[in-house]
Design a protein around this ligand. Structure first.
Ligand code: IPD
Ligand code: CA
Ligand code: CA
Length: 266
């Protein structure tokens, strides 16, 4: 039994190393991208962009992650690759979280990879190539940035930062988003809008901010980041309360250890 567990640990840490290597490779692709040739296209609403780099990174991730874990299912934001994650192992990836930032050369985007087992996130990795920060978490084993343990902030919100996502692809949610933002702003030291939900979650995990919310995100935006927050000692729920879901979109609320976000529901 002990030997089996040891072998499992070695296998998981080997997988984590290999996934990181692939993500770093993808990060290089973003850093060296010729954005004048990015072939920007619009999906759905006019502010929802996709470039040839989103598609290229997803293709690399799909090929290489499935070499690392053969037979795993795959869910990626682009090209409607949405297999069921209910059983066995699955990858949920966002090839570029923060595509608008990438298009604008704002230098704040990430590659996000989660691995699930029977529908539950077991590994979460988010890589910001611009700062060369690799956030990782394995369920039950803590959260790390570049190999160093990270923890959520224990500051109250009045001494803290609110991060929010504007749910910009859903016009019907904009008024509510700003209403909640105003409430959070009034209770915080200040607020920030980064343009990458995955990195916002990592900022909560690393204690750089105290509260994050967005009224609609997809599992590829938050699957990896939510485990990283939880393993760093934080809390992740839907804004209205209840567990986040990996089978479809939902709202996301993440907090440090000294923030009661109940006011968002009042
Ligand atoms: C977006 C970013 C953004 C959030 C949007 C997401 P994308 O992801 O995470 O911060 O506000 O809701 O869709 O489109 O850049 O992958
Ligand atoms: Ca995203
Ligand atoms: Ca994306």
């Amino acid at each position: 039994m002990i030997i089996t567990n040891k072998k499992k640990e070695v296998y998981i840490s080997m997988i984590i190393d290999q996934i990181q290597q692939v993500m770093r490779e993808c990060g290089q692709l973003l850093l060296q991208a010729d954005r004048s040739q990015a072939h920007i296209e619009i999906k759905g609403t006019s502010n929802n962009l996709v470039t040839k780099y989103d598609k290229a990174v997803q293709e690399i991730l799909q090929k290489k992650l499935l070499e690392i874990v053969p037979g795993a299912h795959f869910v990626g934001e682009e090209e409607a690759v949405h297999e069921s994650i209910a059983t066995g192992k699955a990858f949920i990836v966002d090839p570029i979280d923060g595509t608008a930032n990438f298009v604008k050369d704002y230098k704040y985007s990430a590659i996000s990879v989660a691995m699930t087992q029977n529908g539950k996130v077991e590994l979460g990795l988010v890589y910001n190539p611009y700062l060369d920060e690799m956030f990782t978490a394995q369920r039950g084993k803590g959260a790390y940035c570049n190999g160093k343990p990270i923890h959520v902030s224990n500051q109250p919100l009045k001494a803290g930062l609110t991060l929010y996502g504007s749910a910009l692809y859903y016009p019907e949610l904009i008024d509510d988003s700003f209403r909640l933002l105003r409430k959070a702003f009034d209770r915080s030291m200040d607020m920030r809008r980064s343009g990458s939900a995955a990195l916002d979650l990592c900022s909560i995990a690393a204690g750089r901010a105290e509260l994050f919310f967005e009224l609609r995100l997809y599992p590829w935006d938050f699957a990896a980041g939510s485990l990283i927050v939880q393993e760093a000692g934080g809390t992740v729920t839907r804004v209205e309360g209840g567990e986040i879901t990996l089978t479809g979109p939902c709202s996301v609320l993440a907090t440090g250890s000294n923030v009661d976000a109940g006011f968002l529901r009042e």
